[in-house]
Design a protein around this ligand. Structure first.
Ligand SMILES: [Zn+2]
Length: 221
């Protein structure tokens, strides 16, 4: 009940954070119709013990070497951006013996272009979407993943009101890189892979039971 109360205080329109899916040959996006979705309070507080997860139909078969383009208009230092995003990656990595992610350094490359580099960067995108993960796959094998944080919105490194928290949103997006799909049932609200996010939200920084079970279904414990 405590958590439900806190939620109602911070009731805002939630926005989708999702994976745009591309095959090796043709781009195909899974953009949902609704631009702004009004948040429905979950009927029950499942806390983080809900075991739900959904897998994408593809995943990486190797450690994901990734790069960060720290360029931003929010005044964040390169070190702060790198520390925040690598923390998101480690949140997944520490739950499995497999090495899922390997940070390779900063880059000036953009996200959303298939160039052989897995890049996380800020960039323009349509209103109504917080961030988008691009996946290029060949059969069940992911061959490249990028993530663009939408510069249409304000971003924060500390969960400020009226801004999207980088670690919160990136932990969700990197869940897609791990092969997990979005969840949209109200009961899955407290899981990192819940498909909507809100300003000031930070609870997706930590994984719930379903998130961990999904990761282990791909990579083992
Ligand atoms: Zn998502």
């Amino acid at each position: 009940m405590k958590k439900l109360k806190a939620l109602m205080l911070s009731l805002v329109a939630l926005l989708p954070i999702f994976a745009a899916v591309a095959t090796t040959y043709a781009f195909e996006s899974s953009i949902h119709g609704a631009v702004v979705v009004t948040y429905a309070i979950p009927p029950t507080d499942d806390s983080m013990t809900n075991p739900d997860y959904k897998l994408l139909s593809y995943h990486w078969y190797t450690t994901i070497n990734y790069y960060i383009n720290p360029s931003n208009k929010y005044g964040f230092s390169t070190t702060a951006v790198v520390n925040t995003i690598t923390a998101s990656a480690y949140t997944w990595d520490k739950e499995t013996a497999y090495q899922v992610f390997s940070y390779k350094g900063t880059t000036t490359r953009t996200a959303g272009r298939r160039d052989g580099y897995n890049v996380i960067a800020w960039g323009a995108y349509q209103a109504g979407v917080i961030a988008v993960t691009y996946i290029w796959s060949s059969g069940s094998r992911i061959v490249e993943t990028d993530c663009r944080m939408n510069t249409y919105y304000k971003w924060s490194l500390s969960g400020e009101a009226g801004k999207f928290d980088v670690q919160n949103i990136m932990t969700h997006e990197l869940g897609h890189w791990c092969g997990l799909a979005d969840l949209y049932n109200d009961a899955d609200y407290w899981l990192t892979m819940y498909g909507y996010g809100a300003y000031g939200e930070t609870y997706k920084r930590t994984l719930g039971l379903g998130d961990i079970l999904g990761l282990e279904a791909v990579y083992g414990p």
